[in-house]
Design a binder for this molecule. Structure first.
Ligand code: ARG
Length: 407
């Protein structure tokens, strides 16, 4: 069309995540937000195109974080949350959405928030009211009474509403239908205990095999994937037997888990940076002492499991649990993934091409590839020799629109 908006981006290098290699002198053309050609510097440039030359920088696809909570702030942990009105957290989400996008994360999966505030945030971003990444919202995480995703830190006289707590397979089916009705695009389920919840045991299974099977069947029927919070091995393995799509945390997974995941094609999405942050800042931030104790039980084990799962050939994603540490610092996890066994290209693929596959969004995100959104970042050095380059992108573009302009 005559009024199409065309942008041509050139750089010295590009990480081709689909090919798993670095290429020189890329030239990427974006028309009305989507990539139309990926060629070489010197190729023809459409008349009237805007030009962005990134000099010596290395171009990459916009990053994807498969596990965030944009509406959480770790400095307001434990009972500190009681100081704030319900919709305060949506406002927190507005600030965190901008920080996350500025950090080079152009897509996130938001796996759990109250009040459908991730749907609101996504609508505000999509309509251009506030800047932020593309959001795949889960809305309320489903869970059992007294489980990790229920509010268990209050006495019986104080009722905290959570409409998606359920206790039978049929109730969970209804919960899946309800969250989809109000905007969920993925189903998050709290299958075992957790760290930051006050009263449950971190490894204990909280949802039965029959219940998770019902959730998976219902979600898949409706075209939604299922993301399962699970630290404990029994819960991980029953979730895998039920055919879930991603295991979040996966801290105490064992060889049987690896076998089940490889057989079903499920992904592990392990937040292996968080242990550092929680142990350093948690007490100061108001994290419950019980939670700090639970973190000491699983933190190191989770990293060892990450290494073993990757070595065993389990498919891995990049998911950080943003909100457990300050949103916007997501890229700190890349160095941990390399420290615990991945090559830099594997860690980058976990946050790009693999994430797109796990989201079922290979037509849209996760690679610099014809047809996908013009979601691009650039770093000054070589991320394949120093993955920490990803901690400070000097250029961010979303849908062909400049977010951070190169200096
Ligand atoms: N949301 C998770 C939970 O409360 C955070 C776990 C963080 N710790 C870790 N080692 N990954 O269970």
């Amino acid at each position: 069309a005559a009024d199409a908006k065309t942008v041509v981006v050139t750089a010295a290098h590009m990480i081709d995540v689909l090919g798993g290699k670095r290429v020189d002198n890329p030239q990427v053309t974006i028309v009305d937000g989507r990539i139309t050609t990926v060629g070489r510097k010197g190729d023809a440039v459409p008349a009237g195109a805007d030009r962005v030359d990134l000099g010596e920088r290395t171009l990459l696809p916009g990053l994807i974080d498969m596990h965030v909570h944009l509406t959480s702030d770790p400095t307001l942990s434990g009972y500190r949350q009681l100081e704030f009105t319900d919709n305060f957290w949506t406002v927190v989400g507005v600030a965190n959405a901008r920080k996350t996008l500025d950090a080079g994360f152009t897509t996130v999966r938001n796996v759990g928030s109250a009040n459908y505030d991730d749907v609101a945030l996504n609508q505000g971003i999509e309509r251009g009211y506030v800047p932020g990444p593309r959001i795949v919202p889960a809305t309320y995480a489903l869970g059992a009474t007294g489980g990790h995703c229920d509010a268990t830190e209050y006495p019986p006289s104080i009722q905290v509403p959570h409409p998606q707590i359920a206790n039978t397979p049929d109730e969970f089916r209804g919960a899946v239908r309800t969250i989809r009705k109000y905007g969920a695009e993925v189903v998050k389920v709290c299958m075992t205990g957790g760290v930051l919840s006050k009263t449950d045991s971190v490894g204990a299974q909280q949802i039965s095999l029959a219940e998770i099977k019902a959730i998976v069947q219902e979600a898949h029927m409706l075209g939604m994937k299922v993301a399962v919070h699970a630290h404990g091995v029994e819960g991980i393995n029953d979730a895998l037997r039920a055919g879930v799509d991603t295991i979040e945390h996966a801290s105490l997974a064992d060889a049987e888990s690896f076998k089940l995941a490889k057989a079903s094609g499920a992904w592990f999405d392990m937040d292996i940076y968080d242990d550092d942050y929680i142990l350093a800042e948690g007490a100061k931030n108001g994290v419950f002492p019980e939670s700090l104790e639970k973190e000491r039980q699983v933190g190191l084990k989770q990293r060892q499991t990450f290494r073993a799962a990757h070595a065993a050939g389990v498919r891995m994603l990049f998911g950080t649990d943003g909100g457990v540490y300050p949103n916007g610092n997501n890229a700190l996890q890349f160095a941990k993934m390399v420290e615990w066994g991945m090559t830099p290209i594997e860690a980058i693929q976990a946050a790009t091409s693999s994430a797109a596959v796990a989201l079922g969004r290979t037509a849209d995100v996760g690679a610099i590839d014809r047809g996908r959104f013009g979601d691009l970042i650039a770093v000054d050095g070589d991320p394949l020799t120093d993955v920490r380059q990803l901690e400070h992108p000097s250029f961010v573009m979303k849908g062909g629109a400049m977010v951070i302009a190169p200096k």
